[in-house]
Design a protein around this ligand. Structure first.
Ligand SMILES: NC(=O)C1=CN([C@@H]2O[C@H](COP(=O)(O)OP(=O)(O)OC[C@H]3O[C@@H](n4cnc5c(N)ncnc54)[C@H](OP(=O)(O)O)[C@@H]3O)[C@@H](O)[C@H]2O)C=CC1
Ligand SMILES: O=C(O)[C@@H]1CCC=N1
Length: 254
C-alpha cells in the first residue's frame, strides 16, 4: 500500500532523493529512492515518517523507531484498526500524529484517503498531511475516530469488493452464454463508463439506475432480482459490517 502512495508522489514530482524506505527485504523501490534495512542513528529534522507495515508489527517497529523520533517528527500511520491512542503510547515523544487509511487506487491518483488527528496534533501538521494526500485522490477528514473502522470498510477495503463485483459481473455474462474474454472486457467497460457517468451526473446512482430501466423492459426485470428483499443492500451491509468488525478485533489486539 505504501508503495502505491510513493509511486504516485514520485509520479507527481516528489524528489526521490528526499525519500528513504526502510524495508526488511531491501528490495529496490524506484530510481533514486534510498532503501535501507536498518534504522539510521537519527532522523533528519522535521521528517515525516509513514508507517506502512502490518498492524501487528507496531510494537516491534516502535521499539527501534521511537528512540530516533524527535518532537518535530511527523508520524502518518496507515495501519488498519490501529487507534491514535495506541500510536501515542508507542511514540510518546511525537506530537504530530495523523491516522490515514488510503486505498489502492491512490497509485493512479484515483484513491480515497480517510484522515484523522487528535487534539494533540497541530492544525499546521494536519493541513500539511492533508496537502500531501491531495495528489493521491479524495482526502476526507473523519471528525470522529470512532468511525475509522467504518470508513476503512467502505473505502480502504472497498476496491476489493468492487473488483470482486466486476469479476462476478463478467462471470455472470459468461454464465448466460457470452465468450469469456468478451464478457470480461464488456463488464469492465460498463463499470468504468457507469462510474464516470455517476461522477458527472446531477442525479444519485439510485436515480440513474431507474433511468436505465425502460418501463416493462429488461433492466427492470434484472433490478427486481437485485432489489428483492433489499438483497444487494443487505449483502453490502453484511460485507462492510464484517470488515468493520475485523478492524475492531484488530484494535483489541486480535
Ligand atoms: N492493502 C491495502 O489496500 C491497504 C492496506 N493498509 C495498511 O497498510 C499496511 C500494509 O499492508 P499491505 O501493504 O497490504 O501489506 P504488504 O505486506 O504488501 O506490505 C507490508 C510492508 O511492510 C514492510 N515490513 C515488514 N516488516 C517490516 C518491519 N519490521 N519494519 C518495517 N517495514 C516492514 C514490508 O517490507 P518488505 O516488502 O521488504 O517485506 C512491506 O513493504 C497495513 O497496516 C494495512 O492495514 C491500509 C489501507 C489499505
Ligand atoms: O485488509 C486490510 O486489513 C487492509 C485495510 C484496508 C485494506 N486492506
Amino acid at each position: 500500500m505504501a508503495g502505491q502512495m510513493l509511486a504516485r508522489w514520485l509520479a507527481c514530482g516528489l524528489d526521490p532523493a528526499r525519500v528513504t524506505v526502510l524495508r526488511p527485504s531491501g528490495r529496490a523501490v524506484a530510481d533514486g529512492v534510498r532503501v535501507v534495512t536498518d534504522y539510521p542513528a537519527s532522523l533528519p529534522a522535521g521528517s515525516t515518517v509513514l508507517l506502512g507495515m502490518k498492524p501487528y508489527q507496531l510494537a516491534d517497529v516502535a521499539a527501534s523507531l521511537a528512540p530516533i523520533c524527535a518532537a518535530d517528527t511527523r508520524l502518518v500511520s496507515i495501519l488498519a484498526g490501529t487507534p491514535i491512542a495506541d500510536l501515542r503510547r508507542h511514540f510518546p515523544m511525537v506530537s504530530d500524529i495523523v491516522r490515514a487509511i488510503p486505498n489502492l487506487p491512490v497509485g493512479i491518483g484515483g484513491g480515497v484517503i480517510a484522515l484523522c488527528a487528535d487534539q494533540a496534533t497541530s492544525a499546521t501538521a494536519y493541513d500539511a498531511v492533508d496537502a500531501l494526500m491531495a495528489p493521491l485522490g479524495l482526502a476526507e477528514r473523519i471528525l470522529d475516530e470512532g468511525q475509522f473502522n467504518e470508513v476503512t470498510a467502505l473505502s480502504g477495503c472497498g476496491p476489493a469488493f468492487l473488483f470482486r463485483f466486476i469479476d462476478a459481473f463478467a462471470r455472470a455474462g459468461e454464465a448466460i452464454g457470452l465468450p469469456t474474454e468478451q464478457a470480461a472486457r464488456m463488464a469492465l467497460a460498463t463499470v468504468c463508463g457507469s462510474a464516470d457517468m455517476a461522477k458527472q451526473a446531477a442525479d444519485s446512482p439510485g436515480v440513474l439506475a431507474d433511468r436505465v430501466a425502460s418501463p416493462g423492459g429488461m433492466t427492470r426485470q434484472g433490478l427486481n432480482v437485485l432489489d428483492a428483499d433489499d438483497r444487494l443492500l443487505k449483502l453490502m451491509i453484511d460485507t462492510l459490517a464484517a470488515a468493520r468488525d475485523r478492524g475492531e478485533d484488530m484494535a483489541r489486539g486480535g
